[in-house]
Design a protein around this ligand. Sequence first.
Ligand code: FMN
Length: 200
Amino acid sequence: MEGYVLKLATERKSIRAYSSEEISLSKVLYAIRAALQAPSGANQQPWSFIVIQDPKIKEEIRKACESGERRFYRMVRGGLREWLESKGLNWEKPFLIEAPYLIAVFAQLGKPFSIQSTWLAIGYLLLALEEVGLASLTYTPPNPSEISRILGAPRDMVLQTIIPVGKAKGEKKKEPRKDLEETTYLNRWGSPLVSVVKET
Ligand SMILES: Cc1cc2nc3c(=O)[nH]c(=O)nc-3n(C[C@H](O)[C@H](O)[C@H](O)COP(=O)(O)O)c2cc1C
């Protein structure tokens, strides 16, 4: 079976380099409206968004994130370090000023399943951005409280991610995914899907 959601999910990629092409704010707001339809614990809808377009604020965010990233990259070891190196990632985050918009997403502390619910909404948001032809990245700064301060967010709103949104600069290959058989069992752990797989 093939459908539109699977197509969008398969085509979406994390984009870390953005062109200076203008994009329409209404497309960004469309994607946030989709995010607002996500389910949430006790329907508390514990999420808030700040759409940032002011270049001065973007620069301030970049500076703060990069100083956190410098500390993080000095400390990081093991498998994560190897993975970051293999992807050519480092402390520099130019996409925070290159992308025409940043979306800061907050989860409200004290609400039931606040983090889980907010990340569901983020998933909806990413797919909707893909639908309207906009590239994005789930960037998670190592020092979220510093960024919250810059944005003047209340103390009970915890920054989850800053999503740059815009048009991709250059081409990027899709990162590989595990397949259905590797991740999904039938009825009990370890029991293969075998017969059902043929019908999906
Ligand atoms: C919770 C979460 C946190 C992430 N944090 C970062 C991040 O801080 N910096 C970054 O460059 N990518 C970040 N990513 C993007 C992942 O690296 C990316 O989704 C993954 O490598 C798969 O690539 P794809 O999104 O292109 O399919 C994050 C993704 C998720 C879901």
